[in-house]
Design a protein around this ligand. Structure first.
Ligand code: FE
Ligand code: FE
Ligand code: FE
Length: 222
């Protein structure tokens, strides 16, 4: 467990740097950088936990983190830089944070149960950082990225009908971009791939508990 998450955190520090580099929105870039610094500190905390347990810090391949980061990487390759990619990065990062929240929640409980109080405290501290990061990402998604992604798509629609089909059918369309599933019908062809944009938004929406109230990104204590 400890070796697994140690591997995951080490790999994450690099990935978060890449995410920061690919994020467009300043607030998101900052969030990634801040969490990258936190992650470096988490690695030190884990090394302390290894020490308490009389172990030498050692990493063991975490297939889950590899997979989550592969997925996030795919998005970076798929989207143009901009609001669509920002939304995709948030989805990828939140999946990672949730994995971490689950891992540290379990580790804390096991440590506590086994009487390793100090280790339990370390894991709980880290779990809280992961949870705060998750909530921060939720708030960025809700307040900034999604409306902005929608705006970019509006811009493409009004300004960029040049090469692509006139798509007159969308004339009186409501602005609820992410909700109109039929939008995928109107092909792409534009610089800002609106199909992909819709997908990114839909992903960001469904990745979260939208019908709950403001307390999304619940600090999951399992
Ligand atoms: Fe972490
Ligand atoms: Fe793992
Ligand atoms: Fe994290």
């Amino acid at each position: 467990m400890l070796k697994d998450i140690y591997y995951a955190e080490k790999k994450l520090t690099k990935a978060l740097g890449k995410m920061a580099k690919n994020a467009t929105l300043g607030r998101l870039k900052e969030a990634f950088k801040t969490h990258q610094a936190q992650t470096e500190d988490q690695i030190k905390k884990l090394e302390r936990a290894f020490g308490i347990l009389g172990m030498t810090p050692k990493a063991k391949k975490c297939a889950a983190m590899d997979g989550l980061l592969d997925e996030a990487d795919e998005h970076i390759g798929e989207y143009e830089k901009g609001a669509g990619l920002d939304a995709a990065l948030i989805v990828g990062a939140q999946k990672v944070e949730h994995y971490e929240i689950a891992a540290y929640g379990s580790m804390r409980t096991f440590a506590r149960t086994l009487g390793y109080t100090e280790c339990a405290a370390i894991f709980e501290q880290i779990r809280e950082q992961e949870s705060d990061t998750d909530e921060m990402l939720t708030s960025i998604a809700e307040s900034v990225v999604n409306p902005q992604a929608e705006q970019e798509m509006e811009d493409v629609k009004s300004g960029g009908s040049s090469g692509s089909r006139a798509s007159g059918n969308r004339g009186g369309q409501d602005s609820e971009a992410g909700e109109d599933s039929s939008s995928a019908v109107s092909g792409n062809g534009n610089g800002f791939d609106r199909e992909a944009g819709d997908e990114a938004l839909a992903g960001a929406f469904t990745g979260d508990d939208r019908d709950g109230d403001a307390e999304t990104g619940s600090p999951m204590g399992y």
